[in-house]
Write a protein that binds this ligand. Structure first.
Ligand code: SF4
Length: 72
């Protein structure tokens, strides 16, 4: 997986569309906010779609190799 995945928990409103799109990559914790799971992530395209599905753009994707932010 070329992405480092972050969730901005200040922005996250617990809409859970990320979880609906990529349930192996995101889970919703007891504060009703998304966290990135430790392992078993979906493919890169699905993770990108999950990030794009977030209504508040709380999911940040950076390339592992360069650290360059690719989304949002
Ligand atoms: S889609 Fe966005 S707002 Fe909804 S749970 Fe995921 S990160 Fe949070």
């Amino acid at each position: 997986m070329p992405y480092d995945i972050y969730v901005d928990r200040e922005l996250c409103i617990g809409a859970a569309t990320c979880f609906a799109v990529a349930p192996k990559t995101f889970k919703i914790d007891e504060e009703n906010k998304a966290v990135v799971t430790e392992s078993g992530h979906e493919d890169d395209q699905t993770i990108l779609e999950a990030a794009q599905s977030c209504p508040v753009s709380a999911i940040i994707l950076k390339l592992k190799e360069s650290g360059k932010q690719v989304y949002p």
